[in-house]
Design a protein around this ligand. Structure first.
Ligand SMILES: *Cc1c(COP(=O)(O)O)cnc(C)c1O
Length: 442
C-alpha cells in the first residue's frame, strides 16, 4: 500500500513517481520565431478541427483553463434564452411534454455517450460528478456482495477519495490506495477479494493519462468491476468505454464539454449491468411509472433508473447546446489536435528552459490534454500570467497547470502563451507583491 499521512497528503509519493518516468528531452527549437512558424504550419494542418469561431471568447485572452471550466459556446446563450423565455416563460409546465424536458437526461446522455465510445442507452446526464460517483460506486460494489476490497489511486481528485471512503464505511468495505501503475499487479494478488477498482483516466494535477483498459482487464481477471472517472477525459480523449471494459463511469459536464459552471455531470452503466442495477438514491424520476405516484419503488427499465429527482433543466439544455460543437467531429480528430497542442507547449517550455520541471509525460499516449510543470513561485506565476491575459491555474503544492481545450485553442496561441511566460519570468513578475495574494478559487 502507498504510504500516506493523516492529513491525506501523499506528496512524497507523487514527487517520487512522476519525474522517474519522464523520458529524455527532444531537441529544442532555437527560438520563438521558429516556434511561431511551426505553430502557423500546424494551425494550417489542423484547420478542419478549429472550432474557435463557435465560441464566445473574450479578446486578448488565451484560455488555458478549459479543463476546469470550459468556454462559452455561442450556441448556448441563444438556446438558454429560448428555454427561459419561450419554453419556461410562455409554455410553462407544458414544456415537460412539448419540449421533451422529461427525456432530456437520457437524450443528452446518448450524445455524451458518442463522445466516450458508448452505444445508446447506457449514459445519463444529471446531478454532479460527486453524486454520480456515489451512485455508481455503491451500485458496483453491490454487484459483488461477497467481496470486500476496493482499489483506488492515492492521488485521485479529493472528492473521489472522500466518497469512496464513505461508501466503504457504509458497505463495510476496505479501501486500498494503490497507484494506477501498480494496480494491475496488486489486482492480481488480490484476486478473489476485489469488488471494485476506481480510477481516473487522467491525473488532474500532472495530466498523466492512465491505461484504464489494462486496469479494467486486471480487475475483471480478479473478478471485480471497473469504475472510471472521466472528468479530465470526456471531450478530449478518444475513449472507448464499451470496448475497453469499463463497467461504470462518471464525468463532468462543465470541463471540456463546455456545459457551463455547475453543468450536470454524466454516468455510464454498461448494458449488462443495467437490469440488476440498484440506484442507492432511488427517487420518483427513476420509477418505472413516475406519475402513478406509487408508495412502492419499481425501477424504470434501462439507464433511466439512475435518475433521482428533478434536474436543473436550464443547465441540462445549456449542456445540450454546447454538445452541438462536437457534431461532425470524431474523437480521434479531437485527440490528434489536443496532442499536437500539448506537444508544442512542451517544446516551447523546453525552449524557455522549463522543460525539466514538466511533470506531464512526453509520450503522447501517456498524456491527457494538459501540461503541468513545477515552479517554486507557481501561485504568483499563475497570477502574473492571468494579468497578461493567459489564464491557467495553480494546484498544490507547486504546480502550474495549463489546460488545452483543443476545439478553441490554436497552436499560435500556445506559443504566444509560453512567450508571455518567458517574459513574465524574465521581468521577475512573480516576485511582485500583488501576485502573492491567494484567492478562494485557484
Ligand atoms: C472536476 C472533478 C470532479 C468534480 O466533481 P463535482 O461533483 O463536479 O464538484 C470530480 N472528480 C474529478 C476527477 C474531477 O476532475
Amino acid at each position: 500500500m502507498v504510504p500516506q499521512d493523516r492529513h491525506g497528503r501523499r506528496w512524497h509519493h507523487y514527487r517520487g513517481r512522476v519525474p522517474d518516468d519522464v523520458p529524455p528531452t527532444p531537441p529544442v527549437p532555437d527560438s520563438f520565431d521558429a516556434l511561431d512558424a511551426r505553430a502557423r504550419e500546424l494551425d494550417h494542418a489542423f484547420r478542419e478541427t478549429d472550432r474557435a469561431s463557435a465560441f464566445d471568447l473574450p479578446d486578448r485572452t488565451i484560455y488555458l483553463d478549459g479543463n476546469s471550466l470550459g468556454a462559452l459556446p455561442r450556441s448556448v446563450a441563444d438556446r438558454v434564452d429560448d428555454v427561459v423565455r419561450r419554453e419556461w416563460g410562455q409554455r410553462l409546465i407544458r414544456s415537460w411534454n412539448e419540449a421533451d424536458w422529461w427525456d432530456a437526461p437520457q437524450r443528452i446522455g446518448d450524445r455524451v455517450g458518442r463522445l466516450i465510445g458508448a452505444a445508446q442507452g447506457q449514459v445519463i446526464v444529471g446531478d454532479s460528478t460527486s453524486v454520480n460517483l456515489f451512485k455508481v460506486l455503491v451500485a458496483a460494489a453491490r454487484q459483488r456482495p461477497d467481496r470486500r476490497v476496493v482499489l483506488t489511486d492515492p492521488d485521485s481528485f479529493p472528492t473521489d477519495l472522500y466518497l469512496l471512503d464513505e461508501v466503504a464505511e457504509l458497505l463495510g468495505l476496505q479501501v486500498e490506495r494503490v497507484a494506477p501503475a501498480d494496480a494491475p499487479r496488486r489486482l492480481g494478488e488480490l484476486s478473489g477479494s476485489v469488488a471494485v477498482s476506481a480510477y481516473s483516466a487522467v491525473d488532474y494535477r500532472t495530466g498523466q493519462r492512465w491505461d484504464l483498459a489494462a486496469i479494467a482487464a486486471a480487475t475483471h481477471a480478479a473478478g471485480g468491476l471497473a469504475v472510471w472517472d472521466l472528468c479530465h477525459g470526456a471531450g478530449v480523449l478518444d475513449l472507448a468505454v464499451d470496448t475497453d471494459g469499463c463497467d461504470f463511469a462518471v464525468g463532468c459536464g462543465y470541463k471540456y464539454l463546455n456545459g457551463g459552471p455547475g453543468a450536470p455531470a454524466f454516468a455510464y452503466v454498461r448494458l449488462e449491468h443495467l437490469e440488476s442495477l440498484a440506484n442507492p438514491l432511488p427517487g420518483w424520476q427513476g420509477h418505472a411509472r413516475p406519475f402513478a405516484m406509487s408508495p412502492q419503488y419499481t425501477p424504470a427499465r434501462g439507464i433511466g433508473r439512475l435518475r433521482t429527482g428533478t434536474q436543473p433543466i436550464i443547465s441540462l439544455l445549456a449542456l445540450d447546446a454546447a454538445l452541438d460543437i462536437y457534431d461532425g467531429l470524431l474523437m480521434a480528430q479531437v485527440r490528434a489536435r489536443s496532442l499536437s497542442l500539448t506537444g508544442l507547449a512542451i517544446d516551447a517550455l523546453d525552449a524557455v528552459g522549463l522543460g525539466g520541471s514538466v511533470v506531464t509525460p512526453r509520450e503522447p499516449e501517456r498524456r491527457g490534454s494538459q501540461v503541468s510543470f513545477r515552479h517554486d513561485q507557481a501561485l504568483a506565476l499563475v497570477q502574473a500570467l492571468i494579468a497578461r491575459g493567459v489564464i491557467g491555474d495553480f494546484r498544490e503544492p507547486d504546480i502550474v497547470r495549463l489546460g488545452f481545450a483543443p476545439l478553441y485553442l490554436s497552436h499560435v496561441e500556445v506559443v504566444t502563451a509560453i512567450r508571455h511566460l518567458a517574459q513574465a519570468l524574465a521581468a521577475g513578475e512573480p516576485s511582485r507583491p500583488e501576485f502573492a495574494r491567494r484567492a478562494t478559487v485557484t
